[in-house]
Design a protein around this ligand. Sequence first.
Ligand code: ZN
Ligand code: ZN
Length: 297
Amino acid sequence: MTEDELDAETAFSLLADETRVAIVRELGAATASPETGIPHLSYAELQARVDIRDSGRFNYHLTKLLGNYVAKESDGYRLRWPGMVLYRTLVAGLLTEEASALDDTSVGTDCHRCGEPIEISLYETLVRVRCRACDATYTDIYLPSHGLTDRGVEDLVPAVHRRSRTILGAMTAGQCPWCARAVSPDVHDGGPLPSHHDTRDLDAYAVYHCTDCTGFQYAPVSQVLCFEPVAIAFYHDRGYDLTAIPAWELGWAVTDRTTDVLERDPWRFSVCVPLDGEELVVELDQRLDVVDSTVRP
Ligand SMILES: [Zn+2]
Ligand SMILES: [Zn+2]
């Protein structure tokens, strides 16, 4: 390890002081502010913003952050990239805030399993889109508490969709959304789903698991089509934006009702996507890559 590299213990111990956290927060806020929009603060300005009179103490803590989280340049002090990541974590409320309360609210779609309303609810810090009557869970996603504040239900539902799409989209594109490691899908044979809170009965499902950072998602194999150009174009050609439609509204995506298992070793699937009286039929291989597609009336 070179002197510039930061080991995890040092990275965490550097933050064991509220003045240092305040310095990161103020440098980040100055960069983010549309008024200043400047990445640098002078020593005096930074001290004033951190609101600490004791110059010796301020200087001591600022010096501790130099090199790792903060850079000193001719224009003043600015956050280095790890400092910026830390600031974003603070803003997202990952370290500091409790998730705000969210009453169970209908998302306006009925359960594809039992017909009762699908509801959105908060469980610890996870947002769940599920049917309370039969426990089918259609989305289970971490949404930073910052994303929950000041949002009414009508804004929250699309926000949860976008968040969920971002996470699963990264996984289906082959990259862990949290640590950037390469991931590939593992197809699992039916049985109980990884989440005990999900009672959907699926013949097969795809698991994306990052063994480096614990990043994890699973989905019916048909749901990968929400990210495939062939399905996006099929919707687009008929006047719809597939990327804007929450998965829980798409029965073909969140159940396996229109998925046929053609072969098990290696896996091969046929997925039928119905829309306005036509059908897109797509064949997927064991990597869940599209190998064939046709549109039929
Ligand atoms: Zn249900
Ligand atoms: Zn990862």
